[in-house]
Design a protein around this ligand. Structure first.
Ligand SMILES: C[S@@+](CC[C@H](N)C(=O)[O-])C[C@H]1O[C@@H](n2cnc3c(N)ncnc32)[C@H](O)[C@@H]1O
Length: 360
């Protein structure tokens, strides 16, 4: 160690240093844990624990047609992370009610394995992303691993199941219109989780799901068939700046407005496709206006996903605005009103979502 380095070490605060090392250890465990959550979800280990627990590793392996030695190691890593409960007296593993709600209850609004599927698969783009940092080029949503699309659907889907109708009820007069029969465009619909939720809730209305990603629209069509709502839902492969209109009573965008390359152009197009008293509902990730106020666990996740997927997608499209997933209310208001909408307000929120209402 050189004298110079010793001086630098001497200037360090030991407490802060050990806290940062502790944080890194937690994050390292969490990083590798993501793949193990996906495995536990895919192989039915969490659901079997929920249904059959408390169980030994051999019983869990037997019940899930998996290899005991792998399952035993997996269970110990899960227990060390607080995802599974272990009883040393009996050498048995189980899920507490809270663990079951987060890991095994697939329609719970806080079901997390879909989010792990999303982040674990999104990280696979790292070599291309590293190069994009150098060149400034974008990476389109369609260039990601297929699990990113499925993970997104499973991450957001349960929260739409829990909250979407409340969000619509918070808009000015929209619920009445949809109950009696209105026209909805769900733009950037992905696999159609919110599209189908609205079609199921408002049988007198028609819903068009729109996305530029052809493969996502193909899955959304299958989902509409399986849900038995194909008669009132149709789909269009188009960008948010060019989809066909006009005369929608409601245009919705769920967790995708910040992904758009030209959000001001998109806002102008939404204005053209709305009726004169129509409504645009934007659901965006929860964010404060000041950067430093987003240094929270959720803000960290959203900034990271934004770096890996949302911002690269925006930079891959015309204009390349790069709004980012933590834009917050005031930045979103500026962009929306610059596109020609005159009224903008926060209509609702959850700890992870901001719901905006914009009108011509
Ligand atoms: C994070 S996903 C959200 C999907 C869906 N709204 C949901 O909440 O489940 C973002 C979606 O925006 C779509 N997208 C990105 N840029 C777009 C554009 N310019 N026009 C239309 N769709 C776009 C992507 O293909 C992707 O399906």
């Amino acid at each position: 160690m050189t004298t110079e380095t010793r001086t630098e070490v001497g200037a360090m605060d030991d407490q802060k240093l050990s806290e940062l090392v502790e944080t890194s250890l937690t994050d390292l465990g969490a990083t590798i844990h993501a793949a193990l959550v996906v495995i536990g979800d895919e192989l039915g280990l969490y659901t079997a624990l929920d249904e059959d627990g408390p169980v030994t590793s051999a019983e869990l392996a037997g019940n899930t047609a998996t290899a005991e030695r792998y399952v035993r190691e997996w269970l110990r890593s899960q227990a060390a992370g607080g995802y599974v409960t272990y009883d040393p007296e009996t050498d048995r593993y189980d899920l507490s009610p809270e663990q079951a709600y987060v890991l095994a209850t697939k329609d719970s609004p806080v079901f997390m394995p879909g989010a792990f599927q999303l982040v674990a698969s999104a990280a696979k783009i790292e070599p291309e992303l590293r190069e994009a940092f150098r060149t400034g080029d974008g990476i389109g949503w369609h260039e990601h691993d297929e699990d990113v699309f499925h993970g997104t659907e499973r991450f957001f889907g349960p929260s739409y199941g829990a909250y979407l109708l409340d969000w619509i009820a918070a808009l000015d007069g929209v619920e009445e219109t949809l109950k009696s029969g209105g026209r909805i465009a769900d733009v950037g619909c992905g696999h159609g989780a919110p599209t189908l939720r609205m079609a199921e809730a408002y049988p007198n209305s028609t819903v068009v799901g729109i996305d530029y990603h052809e493969a996502s629209i193909a899955v959304a069509r299958e989902r509409a068939e399986s849900a038995g709502v194909a008669d009132r839902v149709s789909f269009e492969v188009a960008t948010a700046s060019e989809y066909s209109g006009p005369d929608y009573d409601l245009v919705t965008m769920f967790n995708c407005f910040h992904d758009m390359g030209d959000p001001i152009g998109v806002a102008a197009h939404v204005r053209e496709t709305l009726t004169d008293d129509g409504t645009w509902m934007l659901v965006e990730p929860y964010a404060a206006d000041l950067v430093e106020d987003n240094f929270t666990p959720f803000g960290r996740l959203a900034y990271a996903i934004s770096t890996v997927a949302c911002t690269p997608n925006s930079l891959s499209q015309a204009v390349g605005y790069g709004l980012g997933a933590q834009a917050g209310e005031e930045r979103t208001r500026e962009v929306v009103t610059e596109g020609g909408l005159t009224r903008f307000r926060r209509a609702a929120e959850t700890p992870t979502s901001l719901v905006f209402e914009a009108k011509p």
